[in-house]
Design a protein around this ligand. Structure first.
Ligand code: NAD
Length: 263
């Protein structure tokens, strides 16, 4: 027989009192995720590069009656990462859930056309920044005895035809990070999973060259994408993976794409 859920009275997705950090929470999937956690009673740290966007999300989260604090800065900088963790611990007394969501799109360029600057920025923001934040957060996630980490990966984590070379490589790296964390810390109370969103209606923008030279130029690309989804479809999956309902799910990559990855 399965063991009972830890919070049978309130449901497995109840986050009352738990401290959650959501990166890229100023917009799109991150904002929807911050709100979804707040609706379940979490205390939320909103982290984003964009000060106005972060303040707007913090006001929305606070409007739901949740404890909220915002940290503004570029998460590819160690000092900002350290500030996020210190603020969560100072404000909430610890850290239970880390959602590594912030990310940027590339120019859809094929390998031959990727500049050093684009490659380095994409890898820095989409892969190194979540690594830095996870490393800094780990002692606090371990201290809870039931920490959860969720990455926002991408359809481009699963295939070579969903973005340019730099974004695709970075997002495949996110899956490697997810699995490494899942295996390394599974016996120490931390679960790590990822969502792989398909096309989702947010403010994300293809950088620099809207035509690109990579996969988007391939015939049939758009036909396989499917209908773009609302950001809250990603948020609900992220909340689920962080919740006790997913207590036996670790190292999983969940496509949230309406079936794009099944094509
Ligand atoms: P978005 O642009 O609406 O939101 C991203 C947020 O991240 C923005 O508020 C931005 O200011 C913030 N951000 C970007 N770089 C940052 C940095 N260095 N430091 C701090 N904050 C930073 O985009 P979104 O679509 O909600 O993107 C969220 C995640 O979803 C990203 O990792 C993206 O790669 C992934 N994703 C999105 C889609 C989609 O179709 N929208 C599909 C697959 C994966």
């Amino acid at each position: 027989m399965n063991s009972p859920l830890p919070h049978p009275a309130t449901g497995p997705q109840d986050f009352a009192g738990r401290a959650v950090v959501v990166t890229g929470a100023g917009s799109g999937i991150g904002r929807a995720t911050a709100l979804a956690f707040a609706r379940r009673g979490a205390r939320v740290l909103v982290a984003d590069l964009n000060a106005d966007a972060a303040a707007e999300t913090a006001a929305l989260v606070g409007g739901l009656g949740a404890d909220v604090v915002a940290v503004v800065g570029d998460l590819s900088e160690q000092a900002v990462v350290d500030r996020v963790v210190a603020t969560a611990v100072d404000s909430f007394g610890g850290l239970d859930v880390l959602v590594n969501n912030a990310g940027i799109m590339d120019s859809m360029a094929a390998v031959a056309d990727v500049t050093d600057a684009e490659w380095e920025r994409l890898l820095r923001v989409n892969l190194t920044a979540p690594f830095l934040l996870t490393r800094a957060a780990l002692p606090h996630l371990l201290a809870t005895g039931r920490g959860a980490i969720v990455f926002t990966a991408s359809e481009a984590s699963l295939r070579g035809s969903a973005a340019g070379a730099a974004y695709t490589a970075a997002k495949h790296g996110v899956i490697g990070l997810t699995k490494s964390l899942a295996v390394t810390y599974r016996d120490r109370g931390i679960r790590t999973n990822a969502v792989a969103p398909g096309g989702t209606i947010t403010n994300i923008q293809v950088q620099a060259d809207p035509e690109g030279t990579g996969p988007r130029a391939l015939a049939g690309y758009m036909g396989n994408v499917g209908r773009p989804a609302e950001a809250d479809t990603q948020a609900e999956a992220i909340v689920f993976l962080a919740s006790d309902a997913a207590r036996n799910i670790n190292g999983a990559v969940l496509p949230v794409d309406g079936g794009w990855s099944a094509v």
